[in-house]
Write a protein of this length. Structure first.
Length: 163
């Protein structure tokens, strides 16, 4: 059997199997977002985290989790539009690095009349890594899904079926 035949068989199988690779990467992105979520919101440094910005961040996080899960279900079925959603939420994960983590890392607050750092270096690098990994795997999931969707569309056209 030639490599062309093997490639054709692999593409034909895509009609019947789920895109688990992209879906699993979405779950991994959700997992690292949860690590970020827990790490930030378990911090108790005076009243620094009791602001409207944190409330908005919590609401955004819930919406993110819902959209990422919906996208994971969409990419399972080779839906191309979910790749673009993954690109957007992946990029937003990188943008979030510059909101709470960066601002909290450079801030101090008073606790019992003593100035303390809101976020130490260790926690800062950890939450930045969580957001960066989450964003990277979501973008990777979108790219993989886009590539597989295009391959499946091309294969369906070659055998005379419509997508």
């Amino acid at each position: 059997m030639t490599t062309q035949d093997e490639r054709s068989i692999a593409r034909d199988r895509m009609r019947f199997i789920k895109n688990s690779q992209s879906s699993n990467l979405c779950y991994l992105g959700i997992l690292f977002d949860v690590f970020y979520f827990v790490n930030i919101y378990k911090s108790d440094v005076g009243t620094y985290y009791y602001t409207f910005k944190i409330g908005a961040s919590i609401v955004y996080n819930l919406i993110f989790l819902l959209v990422a899960f919906l996208a994971s279900e969409g990419v399972k079925n080779y839906k191309k539009e979910f790749s673009y959603i993954l690109f957007v939420i992946g990029a937003l994960q990188f943008a979030r690095i510059f909101i709470i983590p960066t601002q909290a890392h450079s801030a101090t607050t008073l606790v019992n009349d003593v100035a303390v750092s809101v976020m130490g270096d260790g926690q800062f690098f950890r939450v930045v890594a969580y957001l960066a990994i989450s964003g990277a795997v979501l973008i990777a999931a979108g790219l993989i899904n886009l590539r597989k969707c295009n391959a499946l569309e091309e294969h369906l056209k070659s055998i005379g079926e419509t997508a």
